[in-house]
Design a protein around this ligand. Sequence first.
Ligand SMILES: *[C@@H]1O[C@H](CO)[C@@H](O)[C@H](O)[C@H]1NC(C)=O
Length: 353
Amino acid sequence: MDPLRRLVSLAVTTSSSSSSSSSLTLLLALLFYAASAAAAFDIVPITFDEAYAPLFGDSNVVRSGDGKSVRLLLDRFSGSGFISSNLYKYGFFSARIKLPSDYTAGIVVAFYTSNGDVFEKTHDELDIEFLGNIKGKKWRFQTNVYGNGSTSRGREERYTLWFDPTRAFHRYSILWTANNIIFYVDEVPIREIIRNDAMGGDFPAKPMALYATIWDASDWATSGGRYKVNYKYAPFVAEFKDLVLQGCPVDPIDQYSSGHCYDKLALLEAQDFATVTAQRHAAMRRFRQNYMYYSYCYDTIRYAIPPPECVILQSEKERFKDTGRLKFGGSHKKRSRRRGHRIPLVSEEQPVM
Ligand SMILES: *[C@@H]1O[C@H](CO)[C@@H](O)[C@H](O)[C@H]1NC(C)=O
């Protein structure tokens, strides 16, 4: 019997004797919720050599003997990165990642899709970017979306995590279909963008490759560039394993020959991770309530009218100032009075443009 079942049966037997059926209901709901939230995606990892190649800093791209994992190093000479060998028009891009620990200010670890090498002026991009940390603070990360060269319209959201991403591997995923984009941390959807005609070309629509990189972003990554990379702690190592690529590989120039994609895309959209169930939606709301500390949708100084895909929730909106940052923790005074509460310091944070 697995531990979860044992707990449930334990709960049933103990509670029938204590006749407290409402707490039983609650307990069961909790357990079943935990079980369904923990149910891993039905995905098949591929080896590094099957689908990826080093992108830069080749000597800092270190594959494991079995090809199932790869380490990206940043030292004083170079960062490093890898790229998928194909471009995909729609897909699921996923990896289990462990971030470098200790002092990592100024370091960015990025897991993203892009076609910037092919379409310089009209590129598309979907980002998960980890923004370094200073000791004792939480790692922060952001997601972002660009379509057809919309680099003047950043769509950043920033968050912390409910776990320490340097202690263990966690799965980070980007789903991109013709209808929606979902960013996942483990099995929790943290952001969904539903395609909307008003977005026009801002919704990515050209084939993209998957990129993973580690690099020195001292000038902006950590607290807007206040904390730089300190090479005393080098090399910085980000580990990737259980890489997953699903979707339709497409020739970026001759993308209209993508008739062969029909079945693959039907398969993609039928996957478990392509649907935000009611349960997952509740998990997403909880994540955003507890861990999102910046959203472009609430940054009315930057966007007087929120971009068309924004879903403005009154309960969410009340937590943010018109800079899109959280209302509390916004000043040093408040912060020092609340010392010990580990409120993320966001006042000096600048969105990446
Ligand atoms: C993308 O941008 C190019 C160049 O500005 C423009 O010609 C094209 O119509 C745009 N595509 C979409 C789908 O908006």
